[in-house]
Write a protein that binds this ligand. Structure first.
Ligand code: FAQ
Length: 316
């Protein structure tokens, strides 16, 4: 039984593990707030992967070649798989996938704001792979070292696949920039529309991020929102320049070099009113994304029922 004295002892053991970089595992004692924090963050992460299939799924039937269709299908399937790894990691914290889905459908759970923007043409598929997956990897590479074992291990698998996704998107942009003037204009238009939403994926400034302090103390997040955003900006601008694209920010300026000799850039600030409006449900596609998920979930009820019936029969 847990008493006040042994809670203090358990907390000491927990903190010693965090200090020593020993992963916290599902059966280990953990403070209630640590568990709640993980349930919230992994929920938003898992839902992002699953809702993130929608803007790209819209383009499977219109991919310009069999090769690009096959690659896009595989990528979207990977994103669904990432959602499953994450829901499974979350289940080890005592929340079922059904509960997570109910919270999503009731508007109580968040997912990445970037997926509430529309994918209007094929160049957007390039921009999503390059910028959205590129931002996701920057965050997720850091999360590989998160303190909760199942989340960390899910991240290691996910990062391997995300780096392929980022290259898939960059290849589309690069091909378009080698193409006709119209294709080049489409590629530039796509980066113009996806650059800012991609930067918003890292969340509010550290000074406005209520979750960062505990997340860093418990080593759930290993780097802050602003630090990760800077890393993404510094690595992505040279990639844009290499293929002749410009990021849509007139204030981009090199202000120094990092330890690896790479440029560090100054840039404009995000439109935070737009960010919070989209996070709070008022983006261009919030309603569409959620309604689509609800409909697909309802239409898939028979699959879940069959799987459960099969499971019950084989376990008899
Ligand atoms: N969108 O105090 P913070 C992918 C919320 S996967 C929506 O800074 P925290 C793969 C935040 O949840 C991309 N909400 O919070 C793919 C919190 O709300 P709450 C997803 C946002 O947790 C690619 C509140 O604002 N990746 O893309 C956003 O310390 C292509 C206060 O914020 C992850 O989820 C936002 N952008 O930091 C799939 C990574 N930003 O819960 C298909 C894991 C903030 O208090 C195609 N998550 N909020 O009501 C994280 O690293 C963190 O949760 C952050 C936010 C960095 C997102």
């Amino acid at each position: 039984m847990e008493t006040l004295e042994n809670t203090e002892e358990l907390l000491k053991v927990f903190e010693a593990k965090i200090d020593a970089e020993i992963k916290i595992e599902p059966r280990d004692w953990m403070p209630g707030d640590y568990r709640k924090h993980l349930i919230r963050q992994i929920s938003q992460h898992a839902h992002s992967e699953v809702i993130g299939m929608q803007p790209e799924g819209n383009w499977i039937s219109r991919a310009p070649s069999l090769r690009s269709k096959k690659i896009l299908l595989a990528k979207i399937q990977d994103e669904g798989g990432h959602g499953l790894y994450l829901y499974s990691a979350a289940e080890t914290l005592g929340v079922s996938r059904d509960e997570y889905i109910q919270w999503l459908h009731a508007g109580k759970a968040k997912y990445a704001s970037v997926f509430n923007y529309p994918a209007l043409n094929w160049a957007d598929i390039g921009a999503i792979g390059w910028l959205v997956d590129g931002a996701a990897i920057t965050n997720q590479v850091s999360l590989q070292r998160t303190s909760y074992g199942p989340y960390s291990r899910a991240m290691i698998r996910i990062c391997k696949e995300e780096s392929f996704h980022q290259r898939q998107g960059y290849e589309i942009m690069w091909k378009m920039m080698e193409g006709t003037k119209d294709q080049q204009r489409m590629a530039q238009d796509a980066i113009n529309r996806w650059w800012w939403p991609a930067l918003m994926m890292f969340g509010p400034h550290d000074s406005d991020s209520p979750r960062t302090s505990n997340a860093m103390k418990w080593k759930i997040k290993r780097e802050t929102n602003d630090r990760l955003r800077e890393k993404f900006i510094n690595k992505t601008i040279p990639q844009a320049e290499l293929i002749g694209l410009k990021v849509p920010d007139p204030n981009i300026k090199v202000i120094g070099k990092d330890q690896m000799g790479e440029n560090i850039y100054e840039h404009s600030d995000i439109n935070w009113d737009e960010f919070w409006s989209v996070v709070n449900g008022n983006g261009p596609c919030n309603e569409q994304r959620l309604n689509h998920h609800i409909r697909a979930h309802e239409e898939g009820a028979w699959v879940r029922e069959c799987a459960q019936a099969y499971n019950a029969k084989t376990n008899q």
